[in-house]
Design a protein around this ligand. Structure first.
Ligand code: GLU
Length: 295
């Protein structure tokens, strides 16, 4: 079978998204999304990142573009949507930037630290696990969500029920991600294949060139929800992946201002409303928002 990009395959499975620009049937519903009134952030002073953003008149936010319900870029309109995108917008509004003043830029898992270090993006919201190694290179506000590593297989597959079944199997993940690292370290008998994106892995799963895709359950649930006749999750989550907002390492003022924005939006109901209108559509009800870890 000829290799097609995942979007084409998913759209072929979901006949309803045939027309360019037609939203996917279960995609985020604009009406259910919260609005984010721009706050006066004049009191937030001493952030070099924010100073640069103020001077240029807009925020540049790193995100993913191929993760349904989390970070998704509509190829017809160029618009980004999903839970991570809503988190980026609610934080942006609290920092003084309206939705029209946020420019999203797609950055792959392996390039996040460099993008933050060289100022390519002001902050990053894209299923980005907080961990000690990464904290040596970047700062993290949050967490704003807790996921866990899981496995995606073909619906008709019966041989993989957990990571212990991966020996001798081809398993695909994104280079530079924590799930990729974990398979390499803890399950060395698996044949690990690394791509830039999870959608490339899902293409290879659908065409039977790999046996499983591994990353966070929140990401895999989105792919499974878009192609329920083809794909399913296997087994239980086998790690804890707290999602943070990546910021330049030394910009403590920005990091704590983002923590404040997260707390405010968790308390006023925006966080849950945003979840229900995005990630909730992949079938998992909203958990309680996690506790922010100010360090
Ligand atoms: N949360 C994991 C990570 O940050 C996997 C998802 C991703 O690659 O964005 O590496």
């Amino acid at each position: 079978m000829k290799r097609l990009p995942v979007l084409v395959l998913l759209c072929a499975l979901l006949t309803a998204c045939g027309k360019p620009g037609t939203p996917p049937p279960k995609g985020p519903q604009a009406s259910a999304l919260p609005g984010y009134p721009v706050q006066n952030a004049a009191a937030v002073q001493g952030s070099p990142t924010l100073d640069r953003a103020r001077a240029r008149g807009r925020l540049v936010v790193g995100a993913k573009e191929d993760q349904p319900y989390l970070g998704w870029r509509d190829p017809a309109t160029g618009q980004y949507s999903g839970f991570d995108i809503e988190i980026a917008k609610m934080v942006g509004a609290d920092l003084g930037f309206g939705v029209g003043q946020i420019e999203f830029r797609t950055i792959a898992s392996a390039n996040r630290e460099t993008a933050l270090q060289n100022g390519q993006v002001d902050y990053y919201v894209g299923t980005y696990t907080i961990n000690a190694n990464r904290k040596k290179l970047v700062g993290f506000a949050g967490p704003y969500f807790i996921a866990g590593q899981s496995l995606l297989v073909r619906r008709n597959g019966h041989s993989i029920h957990g990571p212990q079944d991966l020996a001798g199997k081809k398993v695909c993940s994104a280079a530079g991600s924590t799930p990729y690292q974990r398979i390499r370290q803890d399950y060395p008998k698996a044949h690990l294949v690394g791509y830039d994106t999870y959608s490339a892995c899902v293409d290879n799963l659908i065409t039977a060139q790999v046996d499983a895709v591994t990353t966070d359950n929140a990401i895999l649930q989105g792919y499974a929800a878009k192609a329920p006749d083809e794909l399913k999750l296997a087994g239980k989550p086998f790690s804890t992946e707290p999602y943070g907002i990546g910021v330049p390492k030394d910009d403590r003022v920005l990091r704590l201002a983002i923590d404040d924005a997260l707390v405010r939006n968790m308390r006023n109901g925006n966080w849950k409303k945003a979840y229900d209108a995005t990630l909730g559509l992949s079938g998992v009800p909203a958990p309680a928002p996690p506790l922010i870890d100010r360090y």
